[in-house]
Design a binder for this molecule. Structure first.
Ligand SMILES: [Mg+2]
Length: 371
């Protein structure tokens, strides 16, 4: 794919290596090597710290237990990351004459975290809340899942979708925005409407496919391990893997990645994610979407990003550093974040979205009344 010279490629130049041939002959089955204690321990620490317990959730019932106000650690954490619901008046005070744009993560934000990632369904009440939000505000979902999968789970046509941590974006064609971004081509969405398709890591598709198959091959003896191919990244879920096998899973993934210097591994909630080494993340995806919606470099735009995971921090950071909008972290346990506000779980996310819609409709009624 041609890159225009006016833009830098998101692929880190220092790590550019000759492209691997698109066809791969065999999948190398890794011999279970010696456990590399130092690296495995480093990974294990990261695996544990990336997977805090969700003690406020009853996972299977899709019901959240009411907050325990005696939880002192959480209460003091909330002094730094106040509830977006309790701070709603403050948020909208800054939004009154601005156009709000909503960005939403999917897993753990719109749907509960469940043992089987294929069963992370959003409730119909949440779907309706997101649909209503999208009626009033430009709305996009930015997920680590493949774009097709997240679209299948959400099932709403009114939104923009970014899959693979923002490496696969389908966004509306806007008269206001320039469409000269590198790696951006015209395509059609599920309804056949012309849209912009942006895939900065397109060249990695064969490599990810090969790594996915190698990961499947090398983890199939580990009970509970689940490998997913998200097209531009792959993930190894260890939510259902016994703690005792975590070193094995870490070592197997680590061994495979030794052969792929152009791929890196990041930690999500009980998931190891394998991604291309490119200068692209959910924060860049937010910037791209704002640009593509004709909403960047404007003082009258207030982006709000709601997410629960480490990968959402890049988006929180972009909003915080640019003093442009608000990141809202979804968490039932205290953790450091670049977000401004917090919500305790998916129920509170739904409540926040509904409150936003209620405020907007009341504002419109008041505006009509004053004319
Ligand atoms: Mg998430």
């Amino acid at each position: 794919m041609e890159l225009k010279s006016s833009h830098a490629s998101p692929v880190l130049n220092s790590l550019n290596k000759p492209r691997l041939p698109a066809k791969y002959v065999t999948i190398p089955r890794k011999k279970p090597g010696k456990l590399d204690d130092v690296l495995s321990n480093g990974w294990l620490d990261a695996m544990r710290s990336s997977s805090p317990p969700c003690k406020k959730f009853i996972m299977d019932a899709n019901v959240e237990v009411p907050p325990d106000d005696s939880d002192n650690a959480y209460s003091s954490w909330m002094l730094k990351y106040p509830s977006a619901l309790k701070s709603f008046d403050h948020i909208i005070k800054n939004a009154k004459n601005k156009k709000i744009a909503i960005f939403l993560d999917y897993d753990g934000t719109l749907s509960p975290i469940v043992d089987d990632p294929d069963r992370a369904f959003m409730s119909s009440a949440m779907r309706s809340a997101v649909r209503n939000v999208a009626k009033y505000f430009p709305t996009a979902i930015i997920s680590g899942r493949s774009r097709d999968k997240v679209y299948e789970l959400v099932g709403l046509t009114e939104l923009s979708y970014a899959g693979s941590h923002g490496m696969d974006i389908l966004s509306p064609v806007s008269d206001l925005a320039s469409d000269d971004h590198p790696n951006c081509i015209k395509s059609t969405d599920h309804q056949g409407k012309v849209v912009n398709l942006f895939q900065p890591a397109r060249e990695f598709i064969p490599m990810i496919d090969e790594v996915f198959r190698t990961l499947v091959e090398n983890t199939n003896g580990i009970k509970g391990a689940k490998v997913e191919n998200h097209k531009f990244c792959a993930s190894v879920h260890y939510r259902n893997v016994d703690d005792k096998s975590w070193p094995t899973i870490a070592q197997r993934v680590h061994d495979i990645l030794k052969d792929y210097p152009r791929l890196r591994q990041t930690h999500g909630r009980k998931v190891l994610e394998i991604r291309p080494v490119i200068d692209w993340n959910k924060g860049k995806a937010v910037q791209f979407l704002l640009e593509s919606l004709g909403l960047s470099d404007r003082d009258d735009v207030l982006p709000i990003y709601i997410g629960d995971d480490k990968t959402d921090e890049d988006a929180f950071k972009v909003l915080r550093e640019g003093n442009r909008g608000y990141g809202i972290l979804v968490s039932s346990v205290p953790k450091e974040s670049n977000a401004f506000y917090s919500l305790r779980g998916t129920s509170e996310v739904k409540k926040f979205l509904k409150t936003l819609v209620k405020w907007k409709t009341q504002l419109e009624v008041a505006d009509r009344g004053s004319k």
